[in-house]
Design a protein around this ligand. Sequence first.
Ligand SMILES: C[S@@+](CC[C@H](N)C(=O)[O-])C[C@H]1O[C@@H](n2cnc3c(N)ncnc32)[C@H](O)[C@@H]1O
Length: 264
Amino acid sequence: MPPVGSVSTTYLDQAGTSGSRAASGLPRHTGTEALAPPATEWDIELTYWRSTIRLAKLCGMNQQPNLWDERYGNEGFVFGTEPNDFLRDSLSQLQPGAVCCIGDGEGRNGVFLARAGFSVTSVDLSAVGLAKAAKLADSHGVALSTIVSDLGQWVGTAEAAGPWNDVVSIFCHMPSAVRAVVYPKLIAAMAPGAVFLLEAYTPDQIGRGTGGPGDPDLLLTASQARQELDGLMFEHLEELERNVVEGELHTGTAVVVQCIARKA
Ligand SMILES: C[S@@+](CC[C@H](N)C(=O)[O-])C[C@H]1O[C@@H](n2cnc3c(N)ncnc32)[C@H](O)[C@@H]1O
Protein backbone atom coordinates (compact mmCIF):
# COMPACT_ATOMS: atom_id res chain seq x y z
CA MET A 1 0.00 0.00 0.00
CA PRO A 2 1.44 3.42 -0.93
CA PRO A 3 2.30 5.82 1.92
CA VAL A 4 -1.07 7.59 1.89
CA GLY A 5 -0.32 9.20 5.22
CA SER A 6 2.46 11.29 3.69
CA VAL A 7 0.06 13.18 1.39
CA SER A 8 -1.76 16.11 2.98
CA THR A 9 -5.56 16.36 2.87
CA THR A 10 -5.45 19.77 1.23
CA TYR A 11 -3.21 18.38 -1.44
CA LEU A 12 -5.51 15.43 -2.10
CA ASP A 13 -8.36 17.84 -2.66
CA GLN A 14 -6.31 19.83 -5.18
CA ALA A 15 -5.41 16.67 -7.09
CA GLY A 16 -8.91 15.18 -7.30
CA THR A 17 -10.91 17.49 -9.51
CA SER A 18 -14.64 16.85 -9.85
CA GLY A 19 -14.33 16.23 -13.61
CA SER A 20 -11.78 13.44 -13.33
CA ARG A 21 -13.64 11.86 -10.42
CA ALA A 22 -16.84 11.79 -12.49
CA ALA A 23 -14.97 10.23 -15.42
CA SER A 24 -13.57 7.54 -13.14
CA GLY A 25 -17.01 6.69 -11.74
CA LEU A 26 -16.10 8.00 -8.28
CA PRO A 27 -18.52 10.24 -6.37
CA ARG A 28 -18.44 13.90 -7.35
CA HIS A 29 -17.03 16.52 -4.99
CA THR A 30 -19.67 19.06 -4.04
CA GLY A 31 -17.14 21.29 -2.36
CA THR A 32 -18.52 20.73 1.13
CA GLU A 33 -16.94 17.30 1.54
CA ALA A 34 -13.60 18.44 0.09
CA LEU A 35 -11.60 17.64 3.22
CA ALA A 36 -13.28 14.30 3.93
CA PRO A 37 -11.01 11.22 3.70
CA PRO A 38 -11.34 9.06 0.55
CA ALA A 39 -14.08 6.40 0.86
CA THR A 40 -12.66 3.17 -0.51
CA GLU A 41 -9.26 1.57 -0.90
CA TRP A 42 -9.47 2.12 -4.65
CA ASP A 43 -10.32 5.77 -4.01
CA ILE A 44 -7.26 6.09 -1.76
CA GLU A 45 -4.99 4.43 -4.30
CA LEU A 46 -6.26 6.53 -7.20
CA THR A 47 -5.91 9.73 -5.22
CA TYR A 48 -2.41 8.75 -4.16
CA TRP A 49 -1.22 8.24 -7.73
CA ARG A 50 -2.87 11.47 -8.95
CA SER A 51 -1.10 13.33 -6.15
CA THR A 52 2.21 11.65 -6.91
CA ILE A 53 2.02 12.57 -10.58
CA ARG A 54 1.06 16.14 -9.69
CA LEU A 55 3.92 16.40 -7.20
CA ALA A 56 6.34 15.08 -9.81
CA LYS A 57 5.13 17.74 -12.26
CA LEU A 58 5.42 20.46 -9.63
CA CYS A 59 8.99 19.41 -8.92
CA GLY A 60 9.85 19.39 -12.63
CA MET A 61 10.83 15.75 -12.40
CA ASN A 62 11.09 14.85 -16.06
CA GLN A 63 12.90 11.56 -15.69
CA GLN A 64 11.21 8.20 -15.35
CA PRO A 65 11.35 7.51 -11.61
CA ASN A 66 12.79 4.03 -12.21
CA LEU A 67 15.38 4.89 -14.83
CA TRP A 68 18.22 5.06 -12.32
CA ASP A 69 16.95 2.02 -10.42
CA GLU A 70 17.19 0.09 -13.69
CA ARG A 71 20.69 1.39 -14.41
CA TYR A 72 21.86 0.47 -10.94
CA GLY A 73 20.07 -2.90 -11.06
CA ASN A 74 23.12 -4.96 -12.06
CA GLU A 75 25.79 -6.27 -9.78
CA GLY A 76 28.58 -3.88 -10.82
CA PHE A 77 28.91 -0.18 -10.07
CA VAL A 78 27.85 1.96 -13.04
CA PHE A 79 30.25 4.80 -12.12
CA GLY A 80 32.75 2.57 -10.34
CA THR A 81 33.67 2.61 -6.68
CA GLU A 82 36.46 5.19 -6.90
CA PRO A 83 35.57 8.83 -6.19
CA ASN A 84 35.12 11.50 -8.82
CA ASP A 85 38.48 13.02 -9.87
CA PHE A 86 37.53 16.62 -9.08
CA LEU A 87 36.21 15.72 -5.63
CA ARG A 88 39.31 13.68 -4.79
CA ASP A 89 41.65 16.48 -5.93
CA SER A 90 39.68 19.14 -4.02
CA LEU A 91 39.23 17.29 -0.74
CA SER A 92 41.43 19.73 1.20
CA GLN A 93 39.12 22.63 0.20
CA LEU A 94 36.15 21.16 2.05
CA GLN A 95 35.16 22.18 5.55
CA PRO A 96 35.28 19.20 7.95
CA GLY A 97 31.94 18.05 9.34
CA ALA A 98 28.53 17.23 7.87
CA VAL A 99 28.32 16.88 4.12
CA CYS A 100 25.21 16.52 2.02
CA CYS A 101 25.95 14.48 -1.09
CA ILE A 102 23.17 15.14 -3.60
CA GLY A 103 22.44 12.57 -6.32
CA ASP A 104 25.00 10.24 -4.74
CA GLY A 105 23.78 7.19 -6.69
CA GLU A 106 25.74 4.09 -5.73
CA GLY A 107 27.74 6.08 -3.21
CA ARG A 108 31.30 6.16 -4.53
CA ASN A 109 31.65 9.82 -3.50
CA GLY A 110 29.74 9.61 -0.22
CA VAL A 111 31.80 6.61 0.85
CA PHE A 112 35.04 8.37 -0.13
CA LEU A 113 34.04 11.32 2.08
CA ALA A 114 32.96 9.08 4.96
CA ARG A 115 36.33 7.33 4.79
CA ALA A 116 37.99 10.77 4.94
CA GLY A 117 36.18 11.45 8.23
CA PHE A 118 33.12 13.40 7.09
CA SER A 119 29.65 12.70 8.41
CA VAL A 120 27.81 11.99 5.15
CA THR A 121 24.15 12.18 4.18
CA SER A 122 23.55 10.82 0.67
CA VAL A 123 20.30 11.79 -1.05
CA ASP A 124 19.13 10.18 -4.27
CA LEU A 125 15.84 9.21 -5.87
CA SER A 126 17.13 5.70 -6.55
CA ALA A 127 16.51 3.22 -3.73
CA VAL A 128 18.55 0.64 -5.63
CA GLY A 129 21.53 2.99 -5.90
CA LEU A 130 21.47 3.96 -2.24
CA ALA A 131 21.13 0.34 -1.11
CA LYS A 132 24.38 -0.33 -2.97
CA ALA A 133 25.89 2.82 -1.43
CA ALA A 134 25.07 1.54 2.07
CA LYS A 135 26.65 -1.82 1.23
CA LEU A 136 29.76 -0.14 -0.15
CA ALA A 137 30.04 1.93 3.04
CA ASP A 138 29.64 -1.20 5.10
CA SER A 139 32.38 -2.99 3.20
CA HIS A 140 34.72 -0.12 4.12
CA GLY A 141 33.57 -0.05 7.75
CA VAL A 142 32.09 3.46 7.54
CA ALA A 143 28.60 4.82 8.09
CA LEU A 144 26.48 6.57 5.51
CA SER A 145 23.10 8.13 6.15
CA THR A 146 20.98 7.48 3.04
CA ILE A 147 17.76 9.24 2.06
CA VAL A 148 15.69 8.05 -0.91
CA SER A 149 13.88 11.12 -2.16
CA ASP A 150 13.51 13.52 -5.01
CA LEU A 151 15.63 16.50 -4.08
CA GLY A 152 12.90 18.92 -5.21
CA GLN A 153 10.72 17.61 -2.40
CA TRP A 154 13.40 16.73 0.15
CA VAL A 155 14.88 20.22 0.43
CA GLY A 156 11.59 21.38 1.95
CA THR A 157 11.87 18.93 4.86
CA ALA A 158 13.34 19.51 8.31
CA GLU A 159 16.17 17.01 7.80
CA ALA A 160 17.45 19.04 4.81
CA ALA A 161 17.92 22.12 6.99
CA GLY A 162 21.43 21.08 8.05
CA PRO A 163 23.51 22.94 8.87
CA TRP A 164 25.81 21.44 6.25
CA ASN A 165 29.53 22.03 6.24
CA ASP A 166 29.60 21.03 2.58
CA VAL A 167 27.25 20.23 -0.27
CA VAL A 168 28.68 17.92 -2.94
CA SER A 169 26.99 17.57 -6.33
CA ILE A 170 28.75 15.27 -8.77
CA PHE A 171 27.01 14.82 -12.12
CA CYS A 172 23.66 15.38 -10.39
CA HIS A 173 21.91 16.69 -13.48
CA MET A 174 18.48 18.12 -12.72
CA PRO A 175 16.09 20.28 -14.74
CA SER A 176 16.67 24.02 -14.29
CA ALA A 177 13.25 24.35 -12.59
CA VAL A 178 14.30 21.80 -9.95
CA ARG A 179 17.72 23.40 -9.47
CA ALA A 180 15.93 26.71 -8.87
CA VAL A 181 14.25 25.08 -5.86
CA VAL A 182 17.08 22.86 -4.65
CA TYR A 183 20.16 25.12 -4.77
CA PRO A 184 18.79 28.14 -2.82
CA LYS A 185 17.41 25.86 -0.09
CA LEU A 186 20.72 24.04 0.26
CA ILE A 187 22.67 27.30 0.26
CA ALA A 188 20.42 28.58 3.05
CA ALA A 189 21.17 25.37 4.99
CA MET A 190 24.97 25.76 4.64
CA ALA A 191 27.00 26.78 7.70
CA PRO A 192 29.33 29.81 7.54
CA GLY A 193 32.48 28.79 5.65
CA ALA A 194 30.73 25.78 4.08
CA VAL A 195 31.61 24.74 0.53
CA PHE A 196 29.38 23.88 -2.43
CA LEU A 197 31.45 21.63 -4.69
CA LEU A 198 29.98 20.73 -8.06
CA GLU A 199 30.95 19.02 -11.27
CA ALA A 200 28.50 18.63 -14.14
CA TYR A 201 28.53 18.22 -17.89
CA THR A 202 27.96 21.40 -19.91
CA PRO A 203 25.63 21.65 -22.93
CA ASP A 204 28.76 21.38 -25.16
CA GLN A 205 28.96 17.74 -24.07
CA ILE A 206 25.82 16.87 -26.05
CA GLY A 207 26.59 14.64 -29.01
CA ARG A 208 30.03 13.52 -27.83
CA GLY A 209 28.79 10.12 -26.74
CA THR A 210 31.08 10.00 -23.72
CA GLY A 211 28.45 10.51 -21.04
CA GLY A 212 25.71 12.75 -19.71
CA PRO A 213 22.11 13.47 -20.65
CA GLY A 214 21.06 14.82 -24.05
CA ASP A 215 18.68 17.48 -22.72
CA PRO A 216 20.48 20.86 -22.42
CA ASP A 217 18.12 21.91 -19.62
CA LEU A 218 19.77 19.30 -17.38
CA LEU A 219 23.27 20.63 -18.07
CA LEU A 220 25.12 23.60 -16.69
CA THR A 221 27.48 26.29 -17.98
CA ALA A 222 29.90 28.17 -15.73
CA SER A 223 27.83 31.34 -15.97
CA GLN A 224 24.66 29.43 -15.06
CA ALA A 225 26.47 27.92 -12.06
CA ARG A 226 27.51 31.41 -10.94
CA GLN A 227 23.93 32.68 -11.26
CA GLU A 228 22.25 29.66 -9.69
CA LEU A 229 24.63 29.44 -6.72
CA ASP A 230 23.93 33.07 -5.96
CA GLY A 231 25.21 34.35 -2.61
CA LEU A 232 28.33 32.14 -2.51
CA MET A 233 31.93 33.26 -3.11
CA PHE A 234 33.49 31.41 -6.02
CA GLU A 235 36.99 30.13 -5.30
CA HIS A 236 37.09 28.00 -8.44
CA LEU A 237 34.83 28.11 -11.49
CA GLU A 238 35.94 26.58 -14.74
CA GLU A 239 34.59 24.98 -17.88
CA LEU A 240 37.12 22.55 -19.24
CA GLU A 241 37.61 19.54 -21.46
CA ARG A 242 38.92 16.57 -19.51
CA ASN A 243 39.21 12.83 -19.83
CA VAL A 244 36.50 11.41 -17.60
CA VAL A 245 37.03 7.73 -16.87
CA GLU A 246 34.46 7.11 -14.15
CA GLY A 247 32.50 3.99 -14.97
CA GLU A 248 30.81 2.60 -18.06
CA LEU A 249 28.45 5.59 -18.57
CA HIS A 250 31.13 8.25 -18.15
CA THR A 251 34.12 7.36 -20.25
CA GLY A 252 36.06 9.63 -22.60
CA THR A 253 36.93 13.22 -23.30
CA ALA A 254 34.15 15.43 -21.98
CA VAL A 255 33.25 19.07 -21.39
CA VAL A 256 32.51 19.77 -17.76
CA VAL A 257 31.99 22.66 -15.39
CA GLN A 258 33.68 22.51 -12.00
CA CYS A 259 33.05 24.83 -9.12
CA ILE A 260 34.02 25.39 -5.52
CA ALA A 261 31.95 28.13 -3.91
CA ARG A 262 32.04 29.10 -0.25
CA LYS A 263 29.48 30.66 2.05
CA ALA A 264 30.70 33.77 3.85
C1 LIG B 1 24.86 10.61 -13.34
S1 LIG B 1 24.31 9.92 -11.80
C2 LIG B 1 25.67 10.36 -10.76
C3 LIG B 1 25.75 9.52 -9.51
C4 LIG B 1 26.89 9.90 -8.57
N1 LIG B 1 26.85 11.29 -8.19
C5 LIG B 1 28.21 9.56 -9.16
O1 LIG B 1 28.89 10.48 -9.65
O2 LIG B 1 28.58 8.39 -9.12
C6 LIG B 1 23.06 11.09 -11.34
C7 LIG B 1 22.34 10.74 -10.05
O3 LIG B 1 21.52 11.82 -9.68
C8 LIG B 1 20.29 11.30 -9.18
N2 LIG B 1 19.25 12.33 -9.37
C9 LIG B 1 18.92 12.98 -10.51
N3 LIG B 1 17.92 13.83 -10.28
C10 LIG B 1 17.60 13.71 -8.97
C11 LIG B 1 16.63 14.32 -8.14
N4 LIG B 1 15.79 15.23 -8.62
N5 LIG B 1 16.58 13.94 -6.84
C12 LIG B 1 17.43 13.01 -6.34
N6 LIG B 1 18.37 12.40 -7.08
C13 LIG B 1 18.45 12.74 -8.38
C14 LIG B 1 20.05 10.05 -10.00
O4 LIG B 1 19.18 9.15 -9.34
C15 LIG B 1 21.45 9.50 -10.15
O5 LIG B 1 21.78 8.60 -9.13
